[in-house]
Design a protein around this ligand. Structure first.
Ligand SMILES: [Fe+2]
Length: 315
């Protein structure tokens, strides 16, 4: 079993080594659900500024509140299974920004996070088209599939995973698959903790300076009719280091209708007579279920959506 985490150097997607890089990307999407991007076009200077201001914001605005939570979370000395060892807040960018409501963010931090979101949105658009190419879908298919009446949705969960005195009692973030489309993660380059499930084993997502870790959410599993899979992942709490995690979610718009791409269903059917195995539904209906069942297996969610599913178009 090859256990080396897939790393895609985006520079190689131009020029002579493109075919090999596309093959690496295809393998990562089909067999890992995760990959790490280098030379993705977002400048190291911008990433350094995002990191500096995020860590400063945690110290100034969030650390004290987390310490109060932390002293209560472990007070019984027993395993904690209903809460995570994380300090987090959410920045919405598309279709509507919530930045003006986040009163503790300074002007510099807002400006930098807005710029970072715009770059990540462009990167996600480009990645979706690379996935289309590998899947044999027309260019723009996946972006269009994510567009509800107001376009795709884009938001960022900013998290800190502070050092934990009893990591055997609590997870940084319990195991889950992501609900949405494609997720771009700027993670700490020194403090690890992210793990994904690969062939029944937890594998580390290695910290790498200025890289972006990408993973695929449940909606890409549905649209690709299971060719690509969303994969279980978690964050383990550690006794040392305060892990920074900035995870951006490029998701379908709330009223987007999500369903398996007919061409992929047909291809499968030609191979082994399989019909579409995934349902057709409105994304916000899936999210209503996900918020209740995030830390449970995804398969029952897909089954529940089938019970109320919209009919699947045949072409
Ligand atoms: Fe996640």
């Amino acid at each position: 079993m090859d256990c080396s985490f897939p790393v895609i150097n985006m520079e190689k997607l131009q020029g002579g080594e493109r075919e090999k890089a596309m093959e690496l990307l295809r393998d990562a999407c089909e067999n890992w659900g995760f990959f790490e991007l280098l030379n993705h076009g977002i400048s190291p200077e911008l990433m350094d500024e995002v990191e500096r201001l995020t860590k400063e914001h945690y110290r100034k605005c969030r650390e004290q509140k987390f310490k109060e939570f932390a002293s209560k979370a472990l007070e019984n000395g027993s395993e904690v299974t209903d809460v995570d060892w994380e300090s987090t807040f959410f920045l919405a960018d598309l279709p509507v920004s919530n930045m003006s409501e986040l009163v503790d963010m300074g002007a510099d931090y807002r400006k930098v996070m807005k710029e970072f979101a715009a770059k990540l949105e462009m990167l996600a658009d480009g990645l979706l088209d690379l996935l289309c190419e590998n899947l044999g879908l027309e260019k723009g298919y996946l972006k269009k599939a994510f567009c509800g009446s107001k376009g795709p949705s884009f938001g960022t969960k900013v998290s800190a995973y502070p050092p934990c005195p009893r990591p055997e009692l609590i997870k940084g973030l319990r195991a889950h698959t992501d609900a949405g489309g494609i997720i771009l993660l700027f993670q700490d380059d020194r403090v690890s903790g992210l793990q994904l499930l690969k062939d029944g084993q937890w594998v580390d997502g290695p910290p790498m300076r200025h890289s972006i870790v990408v993973n695929l959410g449940d909606q890409l599993e549905v649209i690709t009719n299971g060719k690509y899979k969303s994969v279980l992942h978690r964050v383990v709490a550690l006794t040392d280091g305060n892990r920074m995690s900035i995870a951006s979610f490029y998701n379908p718009g709330s009223d987007a209708v999500v369903f398996p791409a007919p061409t992929l269903v047909q291809k499968e059917a030609e191979k082994d007579d399989a019909a579409a195995v995934y349902p057709r539904f409105v994304f916000e209906d899936y999210m209503k279920l996900y918020v209740i069942q995030k830390f449970q297996a995804k398969e029952p969610r897909f089954e529940a959506m089938k019970a109320t599913a919209l009919p699947i178009p045949t072409s």
